[in-house]
Design a binder for this molecule. Sequence first.
Ligand SMILES: [Zn+2]
Length: 496
Amino acid sequence: MVTAAPAKTQYEAVIGLETHVQLKTNTKIFCNCATTFGGTPNTQVCPVCMGMPGVLPVLNQKVLEYAVKAGLALNCEIAPYSKFDRKQYFYPDLPKDYQISQYDLPIAQHGWLEIELVNKETGEATRKRIGITRLHMEEDAGKLVHGGSDRLAGSTYSLVDFNRTGVPLAEIVSEPDMRSGQEAAEYAQELRRILRYLGVSDGNMQEGSLRCDVNISVRPVGQKEFGTKVEIKNMNSFNAIQRAIEYEIERQIEAISAGERIIQETRLWEENSQRTVSMRSKEGSSDYRYFPEPDLGPIEVSQEQLAAWKAELPELPYQKRQRYESELGLSAYDARVLTDDRAMAEYFEATVAAGAPAKLAANWLMGDISAYLNSNSDVSINTLPLKPSDLAELTNLIESGTISNKIAKDILPELLEQGGSPKAIVEAKGLIQISDTSVIEAAIAEVLAAHPKELEQYRNGKTKMLGFFVGQVMKKTGGRADPKLTNQLLAQKLNE
Ligand SMILES: [Zn+2]
């Protein structure tokens, strides 16, 4: 795609996201059918979620709890009184011919979420608040499988699986506050992080537990009115969200620059060709003829209940990031990596609480320990034999100079696989660092006596031979000589 460079900077993108999140309850929103993913089609169904006449839905209280907790974590106002509505439309995956959703009185509104963009080169973090317009509860529809085409149109036959019908969803709508693909991808990731911290959703994009639709328009910089917006669907990774938006920004700017009109439409992201393609035009808004769901009573959340749920909220990722920087002195980058997953963050905090120097513990966790976890999928941070107190002991042995970093790395595989006290291992194997000057000096004397040729080279100006001598001393002491002290003593001796 070719776009004249000067034209691009004269436009800005306006981006908002609508996210559907599956709430992690064991049963559906209005019946007792299981929500387990991947079951044999049409085995997790009952008269309620199949839309049989005469049945009555009953709200799963866990769904309300999870929606309210998500709303609180997104800094929303929780409605003391809200209700369900029927959104009426026909589609073969919707057995009732209407979806139970929330219309004018959503459970949560007017919140915000903070995104943080870290510049990889400078390590500087930029923070930005993205408004949350609303969060409401609704039921999911079923799943259609088409034969002969990937869409209903053009297929020779279609099959329907109602296992998903009635699975609880929270729809979260953002304000159009984002200006780039990177901001939108970060918003979606932060949203998932928050929901996972709360334990209200697994946020698994591959299984459809987190689906993002993007609304995007471009306008000349300085213009107040929005341009015509296009909706993009079908992105199943954060990376795809970012690239779809970047593609769409270019496409729209190029079209406007060429004097074309942007059509209000829904476009699909094509992963293979890395572009968006038109799916259907969307002139005007559909009239779903919402009306209050007569089979469900109003939803009332008492102040006591609200306070109780609020008290159960964990410390959230952005709060942890700020605390790690201000209290523990970590960089924005380190704080971000450690807080991405709640279990990792809690392991790190337990290690620091057991007395570990924060930066050193962070380095070990983000480096060797993460690498080990990544290559051993059957072990998680929660089941790791190396406990936080063991890691604290290890970092303290390094910090105090009892063992070198190299010795710590040597014993790490054993610790990761079997756990145990690093101090006991070090003592049993005789790996304690040698910091006794006389012992190191004796080793240096032996090394210098054994390498007169190299000594002469050094004294003739080849000072980089220092590394050779350090290596020889290390070899002689089984890697246990204090490297700093060895360097210092060697330099003295060589320059005598
Ligand atoms: Zn059911």
